[in-house]
Design a protein around this ligand. Sequence first.
Ligand SMILES: NC(=O)c1ccc[n+]([C@@H]2O[C@H](COP(=O)([O-])OP(=O)(O)OC[C@H]3O[C@@H](n4cnc5c(N)ncnc54)[C@H](OP(=O)(O)O)[C@@H]3O)[C@@H](O)[C@H]2O)c1
Length: 360
Amino acid sequence: MHVKRVALLGATGSIGRQAIEIVERNPELELCGLQSGSTPLDALAAAYGVEHAQVGGDATALLDACEPDVVLNAIVGFAGVRATLWTLERGITLALANKESLVAAGELAVAAGERGGGLLIPVDSEHSALYQCLEGRARETVESLVLTASGGPFRGRARSELSGVTAAEALAHPTWTMGRKITVDSATLANKGLELIEAHWLFGLPYEQIEVVVHPTSVVHSLVRLRDGALLAHLGHPDMRVPISFALTYPERAPTPARALDLAAGLELRFEAPDLEAFPLLGLARRAGEQGGTFPCAYNAANEVAVAAFLEGRIGFLDIAATVEDALDVVDGSPARDLDDLVEADRAARRAAERRLVPA
Ligand SMILES: NC(=O)c1ccc[n+]([C@@H]2O[C@H](COP(=O)([O-])OP(=O)(O)OC[C@H]3O[C@@H](n4cnc5c(N)ncnc54)[C@H](OP(=O)(O)O)[C@@H]3O)[C@@H](O)[C@H]2O)c1
């Protein structure tokens, strides 16, 4: 039996904790490295006999030391970029939850992946679904990808009804339990915007071939339209342990504790168009993606700044999108030749967003 060595970055987060559950259940997986941002890891490392654990700092130092077969990048935000590029460059399997790194560093990541020649398996449930629906299919047979969005806690509200919503309301997601940043992103639809750009880089399709549809129950994780008129869907209860396990055990598909869908009990398969006026961050992401260069990096950076400010009560809900829009208007968006350029583009967009937060 070959035991896969798993380096788990973002080990103390929502994805990280669920990943530990998956590793614990599977004798073919073992943790070789753990990283968090600031939460101490001593107890976790001792409980799982993990030699390499690191709090904060550059994850690539940990990865160098622990020699993983697979890296699960579940860090939140741009902080995950270095680990994504490190892993792709070396041809080590990357199980990617940290969508922000692919959004910010799409071009560099694709180039690193081509040089490295390893596997990049998405952990985002929508992209895991698409990955599975696309497996073994010639690209020219694919008409479009359809990303599903729950619509978040404010689905159905008009823009005018969103100005006074609080962080606590935004954090009450109807179908998924996740970290705070992604939960706010789900409420603004920035999460779907990030996923749109992520899908573009993962699957190499132009933006006009990637649709977004709201599906409130989150049972259909995403769909692929084929040119002969067939529409393939991936269904299941919203449970991140399934895509985490898929990525970590690929291609074996180990069993998981996920509850089976009871089809006979009745399934609600309702879909509707996203409201781009109430939730402008989805349209802004599409525009940033189409503009290319470092515009997606700037979109992500400004969004991170704005979400943090919203969670601290410094700005209102609608200010999140306004901050991102303003930042995108002032950055130059020129392409990044390397990681240093990208880090500078990220910083410039953060500065632009911070300036927008200061009351005039
Ligand atoms: N949660 C979900 O269901 C879900 C679904 C799809 C995709 N994702 C994606 O997965 C990623 C993680 O999401 P999450 O919900 O698990 O977030 P989370 O619960 O907030 O956890 C974030 C993790 O990242 C660590 N971290 C934060 N800043 C860091 C830094 N500078 N360097 C290294 N580690 C750092 C945190 O450590 P500390 O504990 O020390 O802060 C924590 O372990 C995000 O990119 C998210 O979009 C999540």
